[in-house]
Design a protein around this ligand. Structure first.
Ligand code: FE2
Ligand code: FE2
Length: 363
């Protein structure tokens, strides 16, 4: 039997050459061979396996982050913490409590369901789990601060601009469940549309209005535990955005018929809608001026992020040369610069070398 030797990180594997080549050749993002054996080796999508390892090494647990200071501030009567500050926290908890579940459901019921290569399923499973961690962190915030969860839920359900943001993604995801025939171009494009919608429009752009608000509070030394959890979440989100971007690009490279000029324009228009809904939400719900930011700059920040997502997918931006009005926000999202960030029990999850890994996607 002829063999080949493959290396994955420090490990070496000897595989049957014919079988390995056949397995490799049959790996596809969609319409590849599906077998009961979870055949990760030989790796075809090395980036997916590497990203899985990075995500795993970034593991964090909400309860490891102290909330004492947040609880004291929540009860503050001296005026140091304002009702606007509390509103932002409740809004963030309310929105993300629903959004984490929506993203997780779409991975499990749509994307992971139809993707065939095992290493892609592996990293998507980790992605879904990280949404659970994020959802759990919100429960931890609610219980620590003594917030009535129904109050946060009501924010999600009763505010029309939030409802529109939710419908924008949920209607697409529900419509695709178990209905895709991936031999048809139309359905392959529907999947690509879904991957772009969730990765770049929702997680990549529509999360950033509230992220910006929460980190603005953190910058003012308000709610440090919550701010820290959101920073961990943001680091995870930047991996999710990369994952869905890579998945889209691989899908398109294996199925070039998807990538027509009309389809590319469809995705750009999807981003136009995402940006419009996010700006409506910001105007309606986020007291940007109340925490010392300019609402014009805040909307410019959303334009900046959206264009970055489009360019990363090989699509034309919506504006020309829009600059990031909040460079401090990028600084705050770059966890490497924070020397003591991993102090305490959280470090126990870190494997050797994990702190060296920094996502090059600043936002
Ligand atoms: Fe998340
Ligand atoms: Fe995510």
């Amino acid at each position: 039997m002829e063999t080949i030797t493959i290396k994955v990180g420090p490990k070496t594997f000897i595989l049957d050459k014919t079988k390995a080549e056949e397995a490799f050749a049959n790996k596809r993002v969609i319409n590849g061979r599906e077998s009961m054996f979870f055949n990760i080796l030989p790796l075809k999508y090395q980036w997916a396996y590497d990203l899985y390892k990075t995500m795993k090494n970034n593991h964090w647990e909400p309860e490891d982050i102290p909330m004492q200071k947040d609880c004291e501030q929540w009860r503050d009567q001296t005026g140091q913490i304002t009702e606007i500050d509390r509103w932002i926290v409740k809004m963030a908890i309310g929105y993300f409590s629903a959004a984490e579940g929506i993203v997780g459901d779409n991975i499990i019921h749509v994307v992971r369901e139809v993707v065939t290569a095992p290493e892609l399923k592996l990293v998507l499973g980790r992605h879904a789990h990280e949404e659970n961690i994020h959802a759990d962190s919100l429960v931890y915030m609610i219980s620590s601060l003594g917030i009535n969860p129904h109050e946060c839920e009501a924010m999600f359900e009763d505010i029309p601009t939030i409802e529109k943001k939710a419908n924008f993604v949920v209607s697409n995801s529900r419509g695709l469940r178990r209905k895709l025939d991936l031999t048809k171009l139309e359905d392959k494009q529907a999947l690509a549309h879904n991957i772009f919608l969730f990765g770049q429009c929702m997680e990549g752009t529509q999360f950033y209005g509230l992220f910006g608000m929460v980190l603005s509070l953190y910058r003012q030394n308000k709610f440090p535990g919550i701010g820290q959890m959101f920073r961990y979440t943001l680091r995870d989100e930047s991996n999710h955005i990369d994952l869905f971007r890579n998945l889209l690009l691989e899908l398109v490279s294996e199925n070039p018929d998807i990538w027509t000029p009309a389809f590319k324009e469809e995705l750009r228009q999807l981003m136009v809608t995402a940006v419009t809904l996010e700006k409506e939400f910001i105007r309606d719900c986020l007291p940007v001026n109340g925490i010392g930011l300019s609402s014009k700059e805040f909307e410019q920040y959303i334009d900046f992020i959206a264009d970055r997502r489009l360019r990363n997918c090989g699509l034309d931006p919506l504006t020309t040369d829009v600059v990031n009005p909040f460079p401090w926000l990028s600084e705050m999202m770059d966890l490497k610069k924070e020397q003591n960030f991993f102090e305490g029990r959280v470090t126990e999850y870190q494997k050797q070398g994990a702190l060296e890994v920094v996502n090059d996607d600043e936002l």
